[in-house]
Design a protein around this ligand. Sequence first.
Ligand SMILES: Cc1ncc(COP(=O)(O)O)c(C=O)c1O
Length: 363
Amino acid sequence: MPQPVIDAVVEHTLLEARIGGYEAQAAKADQLDAVYDRLAELVCAARQEIALFENATAAWCQAFYALPFKPGDRILTCEAEYAANYVAFLQRANHDGIVIDVVPSDESGSLDVTALEKMIDDRTALIAMTWVPTNGGLVNPAAAVGKVARAHGIPYLLDACQAVGQMPVDVNVLGCDFLTATGRKFLRGPRGTGFLYISEPQVQRLEPAMIDHFAAPWISKDNFQLREDARRFETWENSYALRAGLGVAVEYANSLGLKNIQARAWGLAADLRHMLMEIPGCQLRDTGSENCAIVSFTIEGLDPIKTVAKLRERNINIGASDPASTRLDADARGLPTLLRAAPHYYNTTEELERLILGLRQLA
Ligand SMILES: Cc1ncc(COP(=O)(O)O)c(C=O)c1O
């Protein structure tokens, strides 16, 4: 998190301690309300199309479980779909009799848009895709998929968790009905924050699977009335300190400019790929025709989990990606656990060199 984000979280927490939780919320009402405007600006939506959550998964689930499916309805998804989303598909396949069909990847490893179009039929009730997967630098063709979804009038749920904060996002260009993301990744917001964009027509069409008296005020003994905006998917109680931090993180990213952020972060990732290729036994594992700021790789003889731990001792933070987080892709490519480095705009070439040196010393 950048310092202003940390300051916002700490200041709100201290204000709660000093004057009380409800009182702090009231005192900062304008600032907290503006979080919706900032997120709307970030993804080029309207503020009434934004709902806030405690993570991206909760946002995604609220959208997905609101969709009314009949037995035999088909979901079209991608090979790189994230584990949390796929197990939810499986649950609804068990409970509601929906059918999950996976669109094959093209030779580059991206979702094959031509194959997608051919797979669409009368029973296709949803296209759900992960834009940037958890396990690598692939950037799925989100806008091309959106064109197909619109042409056929099929709802389109886009998991943009790994994309938001590292590249420009415009829901109008993407053509999605739903987009979900987290605060804690490339956006540099606090953990415990996430959001949902839901298009105005879908807000009106969908009833959340679970509601409370914030989503739907209790207007008379036997009646409730759903809110008119996307916040019908929220609940009453929230961490306002974290929301304050999220708002500042979005403002911070917007002020730097997402195009600038993308150029810098993707440039560093491209440099890192070149450096890694010089290490004997290193295999780059990113697929797709363009690669983002996530670099996945393996090095012969290096155990990924131990490598992450040993690098952490040297203050080098990278991750490991387990096959179970993207099982379809991992099975199709026979992937082991991968090492995953995600340089952001604030990283330096010198830091990339330190990572390479650390890996060479461990190999
Ligand atoms: C592709 C993808 N979608 C969704 C998520 C879930 O995000 P969160 O953990 O903030 O709910 C992740 C997290 O790693 C992810 O990689």
